[in-house]
Design a binder for this molecule. Structure first.
Ligand SMILES: Nc1ncnc2c1ncn2[C@@H]1O[C@H](COP(=O)(O)OP(=O)(O)OP(=O)(O)O)[C@@H](O)[C@H]1O
Ligand SMILES: [Mg+2]
Length: 254
């Protein structure tokens, strides 16, 4: 079973000619087959964790380790991370002008699998997955994220997730901007992937809404750049009722 291990991760950014530490010692282990939810208030560093794992150049790892099956993720290029089985869906996905969804998916699958998927089975696989996500087939010919609505971007992410079958998936605010029907459709996609037992999922959110559809095995509260508390699915209900204040009081954020 693949395991993502984050140990005492400290991350800084350069902002206004000063170095600002955002992650202050994150410890987290995600195993293939497990579903973890990270919840926490705005600005607590959740997306910074996702960007750091993705290898975004703006975020400097000042100390700590990240390994996938014992291999140092922080040494890997963005491509190598994807090939190693890491999948990252960002809160604000980028547009790729001139590249269609269908080309993008096939190129990604080829890079990750090490060989081009057989065209006939691939086309069928894409079609079926799009149907499952209630996406119009015409969507496959559009340029990646160009003019996509918020909900379309999120469906496109889950389409990638289902087709690329990573070992560990990090989904940042996959629920934001979704109407109730889209939330259900997207959640069903995540659950399909989960039921394979072959993907470990880290779901970043600040609403418990999505957790009605996707029952996490573990819930972690993020505050001031680290995990302040961990528990089971019941912790999400507690947060819904009580808010984050008990975790954010005291330590000033900046
Ligand atoms: N590139 C950057 N330059 C300057 N400051 C940054 C940068 N990235 C993150 N920060 C700061 O780090 C803190 C954490 O931001 P981050 O986006 O990780 O929070 P978040 O928990 O994802 O919040 P939200 O729930 O609003 O998405 C914020 O104060 C943010 O302004
Ligand atoms: Mg965020």
């Amino acid at each position: 079973m693949a395991t993502l291990e984050i140990r005492d991760l400290h991350v800084s950014v350069e902002a206004d000619n000063a170095t600002k530490e955002i992650l202050k010692g994150v410890d987290l282990t995600v195993r293939q087959g497990e579903t973890h939810a990270i919840m926490g208030p705005n600005g607590s560093g959740k997306s910074t964790l996702a960007y750091s794992l993705a290898g975004h150049p703006k975020y400097t790892i000042t100390s700590g380790t990240v390994t996938l099956d014992g291999e140092n993720v922080l040494d890997m290029t963005v491509d190598e991370r994807a090939r190693a089985g890491l999948f990252l869906a960002m809160q604000y996905p980028v547009e790729i002008p001139g590249v269609s969804v269908s080309n993008f998916l096939r190129t990604s699958a080829t890079a990750i699998r090490g060989e081009a998927p057989k065209l006939r089975t691939w086309v069928k696989e894409v079609k079926e997955t799009m149907t499952g996500l209630q996406m119009d087939p015409a969507f496959a010919e559009r340029n990646v994220n160009e003019g996509f609505s918020g909900g379309e971007k999120k469906r496109h992410e889950i389409l990638q997730l289902e087709l690329l079958k990573p070992k560990i998936a990090i989904l940042d605010e996959t629920d934001s901007g979704l109407d109730v029907d889209a939330l259900r459709v997207v959640s069903e996609g995540v659950n399909r992937v989960r039921e394979t037992g072959e993907v470990g999922t880290l779901l970043i959110t600040h609403y418990t809404r999505i957790l009605r559809y996707i029952k996490p095995d573990f819930v972690h509260v993020f505050a001031h750049g680290r995990i302040a508390a961990s528990g089971g699915a019941e912790l999400a209900d507690k947060l819904e009722n009580e808010g984050y204040e008990v975790y954010t009081k005291g330590g000033a954020s900046a």
